[in-house]
Ligand binder design. Structure first.
Ligand code: ZN
Ligand code: ZN
Length: 627
């Protein structure tokens, strides 16, 4: 009697004696164990959908449809060869005779499914649907559930959804889990990417910052997530600042942290910092993966040392298409078009299949170096030789190539015959070309059309206003400006950054915020006198033209790059090269003035503007006055 009470059976089903029990149960258990093991072994070696469907039939035949272990393994196996949809359709089938019972589902199974969907780009939302199903089935999530769910939110860039999931994390008490915190930071940083306009933009990063502040900050992954988030969102100074803080806290960065810091450094154009980061990687013996090498190459190219980028590229044991493309784009930005083109050819010769990004690289190289025929032939080879259907970006490169080379009419014909709808960027590059080549009537009509279609984009007004200025139709120009003011639109202010003594200084036009501002303005005046003596004539039409790079009320000499150059002349020993980064295109006058400054003060001046690099030396610029 004592033994019997230990069995959790109801009295009616209770075996009369222990002997009976041992006689009845083991064969069934053994049989089901054998069946379970058979299925698990078959699933282990399964690699095709056909085999998977056969195993599915077997599961039904052997009565294992409610075996959680088999179901989880089935889901995991199907996810390894993109058959996760097959698994879910069977697991959640409407047919009660073939579908598993809800009680067979556990957190493990759901985690497997959600993870599989988080890694399937075309089914981003399915992971979240499964998470909802999980809650509906009454299955309690565990700490492994949320990283996958948060990853799915990140993939969708949906901030509202992310916040709701954050709420559940707190509700189920996983907000202290380090891995959950790390993915939460990553999720919030991604949710501002691509979620679009206005306030939403900054909100995600700020929320990520909040989670970061509340985390223990002992793990490099946490720092990497936050630094990476800042870098991706273009908060490069904050990314670098946080990296410094990480060092103060004594947390050792890993390879992923370094890739993010290098990205931020590349964006800032801070070469000295970049060099320091490179030696830091050596010193800390951080493993140089292909990704890290690619980030170093990209950083050196964008910070102005494309030769160093090239050296690093040549030293790589194995490189990817990204490595090739980084150097090709780097060379293009520096106006070294023919080198970029031969590197592209070398890549193809070595059997590396070009992708659409590398084509954008080589086409922009042709564009910056006026290699019109080369550009045409690359463009034509895309589909014919490599089966890559040109995208709008490639068409944009071609339009830019033709317009910059002065073939405005041909560019327009190209736009009219291209199979994709031209976007506003393409129209704007044609208008810019019309402006530069004196095709003002044409420019005016396209600008007006563009304004009608896209009345909220401020550069459309600026383009039209510039055309009126060149036509000397001041009244119409004023009207356009008034329309802009009425709609509360402002131009992006021009700003220039310069790195000095481990610090990035930023100057905006007419800036008086710097401690040294009096000396800086005195230096600007002196520069003006010296270069005039050397033959410089101010391009005063720039002020009247009100080109989109600077505010019209700012006199030429207050342009931010002139302030930055004066600051550098004041604070660096004679002969030191000056490197500056401008957020917009360099205006004609600053370009001409910089050429004279490089000669009069005997300084090499490297300017990165929105489009490319200008290397000023001894009165000349590497762009050949074409940018
Ligand atoms: Zn300027
Ligand atoms: Zn130039």
């Amino acid at each position: 009697m004592i033994i019997k009470t230990k069995f959790p059976f109801s009295p009616s089903s209770t075996p009369s004696t222990l002997t009976n029990l041992t006689l009845q149960l083991p064969p069934t258990t053994t049989r089901s164990r054998v069946a379970e093991q058979t299925c698990l072994t078959l699933l282990n070696s399964c690699t095709t959908l056909t085999t998977l469907t056969q195993i599915h039939t077997l599961i039904l035949k052997l009565g294992l449809i409610n075996n959680p272990l088999v179901l989880t393994k089935f889901a995991a196996t199907s996810s390894t060869f993109n058959a996760i949809h097959y698994a879910t359709s069977f697991l959640f089938s409407d047919d009660p005779t073939t579908a598993p019972r809800a009680s067979s589902f556990d957190a493990f199974l759901f985690n497997t499914l959600i993870r599989a969907f988080a890694h399937t780009p075309q089914s981003k939302s399915s992971g979240l649907q499964l998470y909802r199903t999980m809650l509906r089935y009454g299955v309690v999530p565990n700490k492994f559930t949320y990283p996958f769910v948060l990853k799915a939110c990140a993939g969708l860039s949906d901030l509202r959804l992310g916040k709701a999931v954050h709420g559940s994390v707190v509700k189920f008490g996983f907000d202290d889990d380090l891995h959950v915190q790390n993915t939460m930071i990553h999720m919030y940083c991604c949710c501002c990417c691509g979620s679009g306009e206005g306030k939403e933009e900054g909100e995600g990063v700020e929320l990520a910052g909040k989670v970061f502040d509340e985390s223990p900050k002992t793990d490099s992954v946490t720092w990497s997530a936050m630094i990476g988030g800042y870098a991706r969102r273009g908060h490069s100074s904050r990314a670098v600042g946080l990296f410094r803080e990480m060092q103060v806290m004594g947390v050792c960065p890993d390879e992923i942290t370094m890739v993010s810091v290098l990205t931020a450094c590349a964006d800032l154009g801070a070469l000295e910092l970049g060099k320091w980061l490179e030696s830091y990687i050596e010193w800390k013996k951080i493993p140089k993966s292909v990704e890290l090498c690619n980030a170093l190459i990209d950083m050196f190219a964008k910070c102005g040392d494309v030769d160093k980028a090239m050296n690093l590229f040549r030293q790589m044991d194995s490189c990817t298409i990204v490595s090739w493309t980084s150097v090709i784009v780097g060379l293009a930005m520096h106006g070294r078009g023919s080198e970029a083109v031969s590197l592209f050819d070398e890549m193809v010769e070595q059997g590396v299949e070009p992708d659409d990004v590398s084509f954008i690289g080589v086409l922009s190289a042709c564009c910056h170096s006026k290699l019109v025929d080369k550009g045409r032939s690359y463009f034509n080879s895309m589909e014919g030789n490599f089966g890559i259907v040109p995208k709008i970006e490639h068409y944009g490169c071609m339009v830019d190539l033709l317009s910059r080379a002065g073939f405005v009419k041909e560019a327009l014909d190209f736009v009219r015959t291209m199979p994709v709808e031209p976007n506003q960027i393409i129209w704007r590059s044609i208008i810019t070309a019309c402006h530069a080549r004196g095709e003002l009537k044409l420019g005016e009509s396209i600008s007006k059309e563009l304004l009608r279609n896209e009345p909220t984009h401020e550069s459309n007004y600026v383009l039209l206003s510039n055309i009126y200025a060149k036509l000397r139709r001041w009244e119409q120009k004023t009207k356009v400006r008034e329309m802009m003011d009425m709609r509360g639109m402002k131009k992006v202010p021009g700003s220039t950054m310069i790195e000095l003594n481990n610090e990035m200084c930023e100057f905006v036009a007419g800036d008086k915020s710097h401690d040294q501002y009096k000396q800086i303005y005195e230096m600007v005046d002196e520069m003006g006198r010296e270069i005039k003596r050397a033959g410089y004539v101010p391009t005063t039409s720039q002020v009247l033209l009100d080109i989109d790079e600077e505010d019209k009320e700012d006199a030429l000499y207050k342009h931010s790059e002139k302030l930055a150059i004066a600051f550098a002349l004041l604070n660096t020993p004679p002969g030191t090269p000056i490197r500056i980064v401008k957020n917009l295109r360099v205006c004609e006058d600053c370009h001409s003035a910089t050429k004279f400054i490089s000669k009069v003060y005997n300084r090499e001046i490297v300017v990165r503007d929105r489009n490319r690099f200008h290397h000023f030396k001894n009165g000349l610029c590497s762009c050949g006055d074409f940018w």
